[in-house]
Write a protein that binds this ligand. Structure first.
Ligand code: BES
Ligand code: MN
Ligand code: ZN
Length: 503
């Protein structure tokens, strides 16, 4: 794990492998961003022109490595692009700082310590830089030969230009460290191969983390699920040799605090079941537990930060496999709520496990419920692979979540739940079918979930099928594979709920 320090040393005197400075796109060529004054001075004030000569323009994702001049204790200077320079008197956008720090941290894999001399106007900027650097310094190497010269992530991030003894800066550093460690933990779970991360194994990880962080963890195994009548979770899991689990995590602050319930889709592998996915559609389906990973990470982060809110996490864990014991298209399941569902397509399994978890979570009458799920390919078609959808039974709540996501640098977009799509799920045999019209498939799934939320409870649904798993080349602080999508939004939502700013 990468360490984070607030450095008392200046850029000139810091002993490190490299110094990171920012370069932005100016009207007349690259400009060196604030924070790098001491470094620029060591270049006789010519750092911008040196960078321009080397072809740097300051664009996002750009990295220029320079040997350090005498006058600096670090041997290398890394200039990272920040994109367009802000207007006069305007600060750099937090997400631009987060991404630049992440790009620099990735370029520094294999190094021990780097000083980050990026622009810091306010505590929030320091926090964004710390988050970006710690998220960028992530690598999933658990299954690779340690003897090979695979580069280890950057070991220490030293933030320059902060006030190490200032309470606000210290708190920001602690928050960034706890948050990014939990996001990286979620990424590890998502990247873990599905032969190892079974529902039982995921539940064991949650139990262990609960002990470590004072979170109460209860696990319902297949026997308890059968006794309780969780027909949705059991119906999805019954085709697999690895039985399902429902995990409840609860971080409690105080009885009179607000309670937020988070529900995560935890399909440890989605083969599609009897409605089997074709080759080309199943290679990344170990990521289908990303919602549960995000919920788990958010509950642990809330506990580590000691937020003044009660947060309950529900992980609906199952493996969706075809076999002689699997649910067939045409089967009818009796859900935990008592409703019957005709399963027309066993590949629409996420809504089945979530439905049971939503009903169960509703019994405790929380102030709000948010579910997170890699639910539909339709939503990836609609919004692309970097933006998650937000649906809700309350317009103001949907807007709040969209705005919170924007604030923490997560791309999201509000989506409707049009009532006319409900009739497509009418079943001649059961109360509802698990599939409806193909058009608007992401909204159809949302409408299905809505039926399992308790009367009068504020609820939102995040479909993270696009951003949960990144298949392209790494960029900014986003690695290949599991991204930890939605964790930052959930934690900020918990903080806002604690602050009494919601509901
Ligand atoms: N896990 C998939 C959705 C998914 C697709 C996640 C792409 C990540 C990337 C989900 O269980 C699924 O298979 N959904 C079906 C629903 C359909 C059968 C109604 C889909 O989207 O095709
Ligand atoms: Mn599926
Ligand atoms: Zn799925």
């Amino acid at each position: 794990m990468t360490a984070l320090t607030l450095s008392t040393a200046g850029a000139a005197t810091l002993r490190a492998d490299a110094l990171v400075v920012g370069v932005a796109k100016g009207a007349k060529g690259p400009v060196v961003a604030p924070g790098a004054e001491a470094v620029d001075k060591a270049f006789d004030g010519k750092l911008a022109s040196v960078l321009e000569t080397l072809g740097a323009v300051g664009g996002e994702g750009e990295i220029t490595k320079l040997p350090a001049p005498s006058g600096l204790k670090a041997p290398v200077v890394i200039a990272v692009g920040l994109g367009s320079a802000p207007e006069q008197d305007q600060a750099y956008d937090a997400e631009a700082l987060r991404r630049a720090a992440g790009t620099a941290a990735r370029a520094l894999a294999g190094s021990k310590k780097a000083g980050f001399a990026l622009p810091i106007e306010a505590v929030e900027d320091a926090e964004a830089i710390a988050e970006g650097a710690l998220l960028g310094a992530y690598a999933f190497t658990a299954y690779q030969d340690k003897g090979k010269d695979a580069k280890k992530p950057l070991a220490e991030v030293a933030l320059l230009g902060t006030k190490p003894r200032d309470k606000a800066f210290k708190a920001a550093a602690e928050r960034a460290l706890a948050l990014t460690e939990e996001i990286n933990r979620a990424r590890d779970l998502i990247n873990m191969p599905p032969n190892d991360l079974t529902p039982e194994a995921f539940a064991a990880v949650a139990t262990a983390a609960g002990k470590e962080h004072g979170i109460k963890v209860q696990v319902l195994d297949e026997k308890a699920l059968a006794k309780g009548g969780f027909g949705g979770i059991l119906g999805v899991g019954q085709g697999s040799q690895n039985p399902p689990r429902l995990v409840r995590l609860s971080y409690t602050h105080a009885k009179d605090a607000k309670t937020l319930a988070l529900v995560g889709k935890g399909i440890t592998y989605d083969s599609g079941g009897i409605s089997l996915k074709p080759a080309g559609h199943n290679e990344t389906m170990k990521c289908d537990m990303s919602g549960a990973a995000a919920v788990f990470a958010a509950v642990v982060a809330a506990a580590r930060l000691g937020l003044s809110v009660n947060v309950t996490g529900w992980l609906a864990l199952a493996e969706n496999m075809p076999s002689g014991s699997a649910t067939r298209p045409g089967d009818v399941l009796r859900m935990y709520s008592g409703k019957t569902v005709e399963v027309l397509n066993t590949d629409a399994e996420g809504r089945l496990v979530l439905a049971d978890a939503l009903t169960k979570a509703s019994e405790e009458n929380p102030d709000a419920i948010v579910d997170v799920a890699t639910l539909t390919g339709a939503m990836v078609l609609a919004l692309g692979s970097r933006t998650f959808a937000v649906m809700a039974n309350d317009d103001a709540f949907r807007t709040s979540i969209h705005e919170i996501a924007d604030e923490v640098g997560e791309a999201s977009w509000p989506m409707p739940l049009p009532a006319d799509l409900r009739k497509g799920m009418d079943s001649p045999t059961a109360d509802i079918a698990n599939m409806g019209e193909r058009m608007g498939g992401g909204l159809v799934a949302g409408l299905f979930l809505k039926e399992f939320v308790g009367e009068g409870i504020t609820w939102a649904h995040l479909d993270i099928a696009g951003p949960a798993f990144h298949e392209g080349a790494p960029y900014g602080y986003t690695p290949k594979g599991g991204t930890g999508s939605a964790v930052r939004t959930l934690v900020k939502l918990a903080e806002r709920t604690a602050g009494g700013e919601l509901g």
